[in-house]
Design a protein around this ligand. Structure first.
Ligand code: DOR
Ligand code: ZN
Length: 345
């Protein structure tokens, strides 16, 4: 029997939401992951340490007793964030990082940042205290094609921030392009990137095969095959600058299958079997542990987890559960368009 034994993974980017959705999705992540960075884009967003701690308590209440899991909290940056309060919350250990959403870039990002220059003093303070900056790297100008928004952000904004503050620890989150991959690859060691399972598994055709596919709609949007290949190359390379951030982002089915459907893919349930398959297809199973369990911890100066997990190769393909129940409603569980022969026992 073929097996892969690895250090228990971490997810460096999750959306847990709140209330009934929170209740249903938390165990899907805590079952296999030891830690996760929790996004602050609730309505209203998590703007300070006090709110982050309250949210952390709501999360912890929903972790099953048998799961050993630590949520790492974040603060949503705005042009009005108080840099003293922010650095204090970090230094007191209330929060782990701050998240930069360009205003209008994605779900609940309306209160985000319109002009990066306005937050440079905040970023400078973060750099001084060693607080990581997590970036949704897309510009939002109407005139920029949606498929080019990440590339333009890297050219216009990321490069500016990295040059001004080379000591700032930055994660360019959920990268989707060759340009972002290359920029991170060549940058100094303080810049790293997370990659999602769905951007490794799918290219933009998956949005349109046989009809419009709202469940594959996420932001940054899926890109063409050249870009997907460059992400796979980075993920399987073992380069410590690239690690897993699933961006698992649950939305109720009626909010996805709608006139104006929400962006987000809910992938928590099967993301590790899917990744094992992708790495196996690339003959790179020996690099899976770097990507899901080691590289992120190194970037954030955290210890590796002590526990291990085992993935086993199946003789028949894995049967995916289609939906996660949220009371009387449902969230669609992500399933790629190729068979998966791995599972966790
Ligand atoms: O697809 C996405 N969904 N991308 C994001 O950046 C946010 C997320 C969400 O919160 O639904
Ligand atoms: Zn996200």
């Amino acid at each position: 029997m073929e097996e892969i034994e690895i250090i228990k993974p971490d997810d460096w980017h999750v959306h847990f939401r709140d209330n009934n959705i929170l209740k249903a999705v938390v165990p899907e992540t805590t079952r296999h992951f030891a830690r996760a960075i929790v996004m602050p884009n609730l309505t209203p967003p998590i703007l300070n340490g006090k709110q982050a701690i309250k949210y952390k308590k709501r999360i912890i209440k929903n972790i099953p007793k048998s799961h050993n899991f630590e949520p790492l909290m974040t603060i949503y940056l705005t042009e009005n964030t108080n840099k003293f309060e922010l650095s204090e919350s970090y230094q007191e250990g209330l929060v782990f990082a701050a998240k930069l959403y360009p205003a209008g870039a994605t779900t609940n990002s309306e209160s985000g940042v319109k002009d990066i220059k306005k937050i440079m003093p905040i970023l400078e303070t973060m750099s001084k205290v060693g607080m990581p900056l997590l970036i949704h790297g897309e510009v939002t100008h109407k005139e920029v094609d949606i498929f080019d928004r990440e590339k333009v952000f890297v050219d216009q904004n990321l490069d500016f921030i990295c040059k001004e503050l080379p000591e700032l620890k930055i994660t360019l989150e959920h990268i989707t392009t060759k340009e972002a991959t290359e920029y991170v690859w060549e940058s100094n060691e303080n810049l790293a990137a997370s990659i999602t399972p769905h951007h490794l598994a799918l290219n933009r055709n998956a949005l349109f095969v046989g009809g419009i596919r709202p469940h594959n709609y996420c932001l940054p949007i899926l890109k063409s095959e050249i870009h997907r290949k460059s992400l796979v190359k980075a993920a399987i390379s073992g380069n410590p600058k690239f690690f897993l951030g699933t961006d698992t982002a649950p939305h109720l089915i009626h909010d996805k299958e709608s006139d104006c459907g929400c962006a987000g893919v809910f992938n928590a349930t099967y993301c590790l079997p899917i990744l094992a398959q992708i790495f196996d297809n690339e003959r790179s199973k020996n690099k899976l542990e770097n990507f899901v369990s080691k590289n992120g911890a190194k970037h954030y100066n955290l210890k590796f987890n002590k526990q291990k997990i085992k993935l086993t190769k199946l003789s028949n393909k894995l049967t995916f559960k289609k939906y996660l129940d949220i009371r009387k409603e449902k969230v669609k569980i992500f399933e790629p368009d190729f068979p998966v022969f791995w599972d966790i026992f």
